[in-house]
Design a binder for this molecule. Structure first.
Ligand code: MLT
Length: 204
């Protein structure tokens, strides 16, 4: 997959896996990674699917309705890519923390839903429930931060509540930061996720 890799400060630094929103690229979340952890390694990936020329991580049938077959295929593809990247760049899979926005948050959620130990933790900005009616792996040691919009027209607030509940039922501890700026990723959300990261990742 097309990507950027930037080494961390030390060999055992955490690795921020950056996953952009629809129409984005691997450059988009680089400044945010810097705000979350300037010493972490960065693996920023571009989605392999194109929708009218806009990169995404999996196909959708229409807004908010995912192509489940493609979601499963692309989630497996990303999981395999992470495995390969961990070997070629020499980092541990146990260090990978996803930072995803919108469609990127949804593929990160899908990794959590389908692959045990695929991520150490996740910061999900404006995610939806990636898939319903499946049993999740044990997420006891996988904390999740969710940034959400009370008035988000693309990711309704109920999706956030449902996602939080499903993750918590699988053992994860989930913190949600609510905003009222629709689907926009706000500076307040990024600041809240950086504080969450310092408490849950850096100090552990
Ligand atoms: C998706 O398709 O993943 C969600 O609707 C969010 C987005 O518009 O990318």
């Amino acid at each position: 997959m097309k990507h950027i890799f930037k080494e961390g400060k030390t060999e055992d630094s955490d690795v921020l896996l950056l996953l952009h929103g629809t129409g984005g690229t691997e450059e988009d979340l680089m400044p945010i990674a810097q705000m979350i952890d300037s010493e972490a390694a960065i693996l920023s990936v571009r989605g392999n699917v194109l929708e009218n020329g806009m990169p995404r991580f999996f196909k959708r049938l229409r807004e908010g309705v995912f192509d489940e077959e493609d979601l499963l295929f692309r989630t497996s593809e990303l999981n395999d890519f992470l495995e390969e990247a961990s070997h070629s760049y020499g980092f541990s899979r146990e260090k990978v923390i996803a930072v995803g926005y919108s469609n990127g948050a949804n593929i990160a959620g899908s990794l959590l839903f389908h692959y045990e130990n695929s991520l150490k933790a996740a910061i999900l900005y404006h995610p939806m429930v990636p898939r319903r009616g499946v049993e999740l792996p044990d997420l006891t040691n996988t904390p999740v931060f969710i940034g959400a919009g009370e008035n988000d027209p693309i990711c309704p607030a109920q999706e956030t509540e449902d996602l939080k509940q499903l993750l918590e039922e699988a053992g994860s501890s989930v913190e949600t930061k609510w905003e009222r700026m629709g689907h926009r990723l706000t500076e307040e959300e990024v600041t809240a996720s950086s504080a969450w990261y310092r408490n849950h990742i850096r100090n552990n």
